[in-house]
Write a protein that binds this ligand. Structure first.
Ligand code: B12
Ligand code: SF4
Length: 469
């Protein structure tokens, strides 16, 4: 019988949000593995792909007489989360203990004072702390309060994520193409738009041996395809070298994506090794085409020249690299914004080959980020925004209702127009069109898809698969 129900919250209530790439809720898969290790019997409901209403969730709780529910919520889903919490409280009163974890509670220290219907908040890592709290709750104790998550000293001591509780096959059907892996926790950088738990500046690494063991167990699910969700895969070179050498010794045919890598952390020898070990793609955060904004505002000390040189190193192998850019930084001028939008096309004109995909995203201030503080100070986000969002005063759809950051003197319309021009300049290059046509003629199923993409770019200024502006 289930004794702890873990719920991954969603952007939408009672229905699947269209156009979103679903990944298993890795944080909860890890929590569940720790609970099991201590003899508990967790179940996970991922509302992203199984969009149950609160009545249906309550029926599960009632049928199995579950005493403890833990909900994972980032800020975009906090309104749906609280709707579910309120529905549970109404039906079960104080009999049920409700805990909240994830990035929202980690960045909103007064949350439990404002929402006493939540009993427990866990800031940062939940594995050790929530397992201890769950043991107390199941022992009959009434536990209340916000707790700082204890951090595991060695990630190798942690059990592998319990993916059997959210079968990866379901995510495969929803479009996931690889077995998701996490090689590190934490990030030492401090990008202006980054929102995460205050303790997560400290980086911890899994050893190559530990990663390989998980990969061996999960080999068949995606036929040897893996994808790291890490922010900065090459942060510790020694680990990457050991990992690649281990993969080659294993000798199985594998293809993997390195997740995010930093353009100022590229060593040609390590890159060669990654290629030989089966790495084929990754993404890089260029963030802006203005050196000033990159250095002074975003907090990334990397020049345009370094970026170009790094791309040339990446071109030693036919990697596929996606570069992401954020539009709308504090103090950004229109000229700097235009520099960003035309930066990918400029890289192409300078002969960069490996850049295959470009993403422009509007800056979104999220609690805990420096951008959030600036947006509050400048009056671009109301001080009580979170509470009003939770009350559905703005509506349900995160993507269209959450405020974006537009620099002073630049309108939303102008940002969108420049973004569209940037996409068109990048995608409407003759070499790109020719390459796509070649692919489409060899495989006509792509032709219709590309035609749709093309029309969407021209009409809306973004891809058909992206919900965001
Ligand atoms: C991988 C990733 C993704 C992936 C996969 C997400 C997934 N399903 O796991 C993809 C690409 C899909 C993605 C998309 C988005 N992401 Co994202 N993503 C990340 C990233 C890089 C790593 C997350 C991760 O796996 N961490 C490792 C696991 C082990 O940790 P965890 O999930 O935090 O869980 C631990 C604790 O939080 C806690 N915990 C979690 N849940 C619970 C529940 C309970 C009850 C308890 C007690 C504890 C607890 O315990 C867990 C184990 O220790 C983080 C940045 C980062 N460096 O962490 C951003 C991050 C989580 N993403 C973020 C955002 C905003 C998004 C998007 C909204 C972006 C967008 N505009 O579209 C979407 C929405 C996705 C969604 N469904 O929420 C923000 C969230 C900020 C915020 N305040 O909400 C982050 C922090 C990025 C950032 N730096 O700003 N993301
Ligand atoms: S956004 Fe920047 S600071 Fe945040 S996790 Fe990514 S690289 Fe690190």
């Amino acid at each position: 019988m289930t004794d702890v129900l873990l719920i991954n919250s969603s952007f939408t209530y009672g229905r699947v949000a269209r156009g979103i790439q679903y990944y298993p809720p890795i944080g909860l898969n890890y929590l569940a593995a720790s609970l099991r290790q201590e003899g508990m019997n967790p179940r996970i409901i991922d509302l992203g792909i199984e969009p149950l209403t609160v009545e249906k969730i309550n029926d599960v709780i009632s049928a199995e007489n579950i005493p403890l529910v833990g909900i994972s919520s980032n800020s975009p889903q906090i309104h749906i989360t609280m709707r579910i919490v309120n529905g549970m409280r109404q039906r079960f009163g104080d009999k049920l203990t409700i805990a909240l974890g994830g990035f929202h509670i980690s960045n909103d220290p007064t949350f439990l004072e404002r929402y006493p219907q939540v009993d427990i908040g866990v800031v940062g890592d939940g594995d050790i702390t929530f397992t201890k709290l769950a043991r107390r709750v199941l022992g009959g104790e009434k536990v209340r309060g916000t707790f700082n998550g204890e951090m595991t000293a060695s990630l190798d001591d942690m059990p592998f994520p319990a993916y059997d509780l959210t079968p990866l096959e379901a995510y495969k059907e929803a479009g996931l193409q690889y077995y998701p892996l996490l090689g590190t926790r934490g990030c030492p950088f401090n990008c202006v738009f980054c929102s995460r738990s205050p303790m997560s500046r400290k980086v911890r690494f899994r050893s190559a041996g530990n990663l390989l063991e998980e990969m061996k167990r999960g080999y068949d699910i995606f036929g040897g395809r893996y994808g790291f969700l890490d922010e900065s895969f090459t942060l510790r070179e020694r680990n990457v070298v050991e990992f690649c050498e281990g993969l080659m010794r294993w000798g199985k045919p594998v293809r993997w994506s390195a997740g995010g890598i930093r353009l100022d952390q590229i060593n040609p020898d390590v890159l060669d090794l990654m290629w030989r070990a089966g790495c084929r793609d990754f993404f890089v955060g260029v963030e802006t085409g203005s050196e000033r904004v990159r250095r002074e505002i975003v907090g990334k000390r990397i020049s345009d020249k370094q970026i170009f040189e790094s791309f040339k190193i990446l071109d030693r192998h036919p990697f596929e690299v996606e570069a992401s850019f954020v539009l709308g930084h504090p103090t950004e001028t229109e000229a700097e914004l235009a520099q960003t939008c035309f930066f990918p096309a400029k890289l192409k004109s300078m002969g960069v080959k490996c850049l295959t995909q470009v993403g422009f995203k509007l800056a979104v201030p999220l609690p805990g980020s420096r951008l959030w503080k600036i947006a509050l100070e400048e009056g671009k986000v109301p001080p009580d925004f979170i509470d009003r969002y939770i009350n559905f005063e703005y509506g349900e759809d995160f993507f269209s209702v959450w405020p974006k950051y537009y620099p002073d003197g630049i309108t939303k319309e102008r940002v969108l127009e420049l973004k569209k021009q940037g996409y068109l300049k990048y995608y409407l290059r003759p070499e790109y069109i020719l390459a796509r046509l070649k692919r489409d003629l060899l495989n006509p199923k792509y032709l219709l898809q590309d035609l749709r993409e093309f029309l969407s770019m021209i009409r809306k200024g973004h891809s058909t698969v992206s919900l965001t502006e």
